[in-house]
Each structure stands twice: as C-alpha cells, then as structure tokens.
Design a protein around this ligand. Structure first.
Ligand SMILES: NC(=O)c1ccc[n+]([C@@H]2O[C@H](COP(=O)([O-])OP(=O)(O)OC[C@H]3O[C@@H](n4cnc5c(N)ncnc54)[C@H](O)[C@@H]3O)[C@@H](O)[C@H]2O)c1
Length: 124
C-alpha cells in the first residue's frame, strides 16, 4: 500500500487504519488471571477499545470486583471462577464464555504467579 507521509511523519492514510486495528466493538475477549496484575490490565485495555470482556480467575471475588467496576464504567463484563490447572473448569469456562455472546474473539491466558506477591484484591 502506498502511504504518503505528512511533514511531521504522520500519515493521513495510516491513522484511520490504526484506529480500526484497535476497534474491538462487538468483540468478546476472555482473559484469565484477570483479577489483578497484567491480566486485569489487559482486560481493561480490551474493554477500553470496545470489547465485551470475561474476567476469569481462581480468585472469584477479585474477578467479580473488577468486572463490576467495568460494568459501572459502561462496559459489558462478566466474571468467572476458574482454576486453569484443571481441565474441567477450563471447559466450563469456555462453554460459559461462548454461551454469553456466542463467540470468543480473543483469548488471553495470562494467569500465573507474577511479580506481585501483593495480596489479591477483593471487596469493593
Ligand atoms: N508482571 C510482569 O511484569 C510480568 C512480566 C512477564 C511475565 N509475567 C507473567 O505473567 C503472569 C501474570 O503476572 P502478574 O504480574 O500479572 O501476576 P499477578 O500475581 O499480579 O496476577 C496473577 C493472577 O493470576 C491468577 N491465578 C493464579 N493462578 C491461577 C490459576 N491456577 N487459575 C486461574 N487464575 C490464577 C491470580 O489469582 C492473579 O489474579 C505470570 O505468569 C508472570 O510470570 C509477568
């Protein structure tokens, strides 16, 4: 594709394309490890770009707390408890997420023990 660059280095033709790249309206993102840390930041970023998000975590209270915050901000968000160390809850998680809007467009498997040994966030 030919791209003409404006004097300041930006391009009138690439900017709309980049905007579309981050337009996630109508899409569903499922993020594990979403009660805190990177997983939460990723879920919030998807939500900020228009996606409906499923926040899954072994910490059900923390995931629901963050999903509730997103809903208060006008985002379609649900939470689900899931221990990804076991296959049965994973199957249940996927089925539940697909049942929500009939699709999963993006799956982010972010859980694990991260740099935060901070206590899990809960409550509201
Ligand atoms: N934070 C970073 O800068 C960084 C950089 C590179 C890689 N990572 C990796 O990313 C992952 C997450 O890091 P973080 O800093 O966000 O961690 P974090 O400890 O802040 O959050 C991890 C989340 O995963 C959840 N979780 C843990 N075990 C789970 C399980 N079995 N099932 C479902 N949920 C579970 C926790 O409850 C928590 O909410 C880790 O594997 C970490 O090694 C982190």
């Amino acid at each position: 594709m030919m791209v003409s660059h404006a004097p300041n280095g930006t391009s009138a033709t690439t900017l709309p394309a980049v905007k579309n790249l981050f337009d996630l309206d109508g899409q569903v993102a499922l993020v594990t490890g979403a009660a805190q840390g990177l997983g939460l930041a990723i879920a919030q970023a998807f939500a900020a770009h228009g996606a409906s998000v499923v926040l899954a975590d072994i910490n059900a209270e923390g995931a629901e707390c963050e999903a509730s915050r997103l809903r208060e901000a006008g985002v379609e968000a649900i939470s689900a408890r899931c221990d990804v160390a076991h296959s049965a809850p994973i199957a249940q998680l996927i089925a539940g997420a697909v049942g929500w809007h009939g699709r999963i467009d993006t799956l982010v498997w972010q859980c694990g023990r991260g740099r935060s040994d901070r206590p899990a966030r809960g409550g509201h």
